[in-house]
Design a protein around this ligand. Sequence first.
Ligand SMILES: [Zn+2]
Ligand SMILES: [Zn+2]
Length: 362
Amino acid sequence: MTWPLIDLRTTPHGGRSLFAFQPIAQGTKIFACEVPFAHVIYKDYRREVCAQCFAYAASTSRSIGDSRTWSIRSCRATAETVWFCTDECKVTWESGAIGPLIADVNALLGKAKIATRRNSARDGYDPILPNGPTAQITQDYIDKAWTDVEDLASSRTRLSAYCLTMNLEDMELEISRSVASAIVQRYVFDHRLASPVVSSIISALDPWTEALDLQSSELSNVSVRPYILAAHLRVYAFLCHSLPKHLRLYVPTARHILARDTGNAFGIWDGDSRDEMLGWGLWAGASYFNHSCCPNVKKTRVGRAMHFTTSRSVEIDEELCISYIDTDQTITQRRRDLEDSWFFKCRCQRCQSEELGEASPH
Ligand SMILES: [Zn+2]
Ligand SMILES: [Zn+2]
């Protein structure tokens, strides 16, 4: 699938962004990404979210009586039971290679998590992190930590000993599942078990290359939240330890995925009201849309796909932007949200004019 209305260009600030190749009318679908290349549905929601289309039982009339869970289960002999909203979703999921493989891997990871003990020290000592003061977080510090964990993972004996005493948090298991879902898709793609869904803007790129092309936020992220580094290292060690050999080969790319997921993941919500976040996903290509507090593009999740539609008419060569945050907030709140999670100070047109307005005397 090609998308003739949009064009990926390098911006003056060095990043990449999408621009209108020609004037576009309001309400035009300009881009869609059919499947997330990585995703996870939180453990607490797994019985309530359709494994195929991510429909949420509690928010649809199809739920039965008081039951907030789906009743249609997979017949495929996967190690983890999954649920569907309709027979149609079940048939689609069962006929694909990826879904059942992900379910198997999820079961494996769930068992491996139980095998890890919760007796490892909560006193902050973790053999996986570099010793010494951590006040100064630099790229060298992060690189050293990754070299150390890769070294640990090179010995199965040491890795097992570590993993059996590690304290893998519930959220770290969710992160592991998300990374594993990307690894499974790469494996399937490499072995041509399924044809890749080409939703690329640059059609020569496969989804994996696109994923690794996303902007890394590793250093900014770890500087603000040092605990994230420890979490990512544990996820890495856990995946090296738990995944079967043919998938383990891909774990070295986990660092790239983890470095990119913070700024590029979209929440999987129950609906437009956004009452419940059911999990998150990474849709490659989708991340080329930059942020604006007065966006001209609206993103809508349609089942597993992410659709992008113009929310007003767009001029030729105009930058195409979505909003990453709640735009009803004040400029101060918006900037705080964006700096906290995306590490940039918004200078969109709206922010610039509001800044001028605030600075000027009445
Ligand atoms: Zn469904
Ligand atoms: Zn702004």
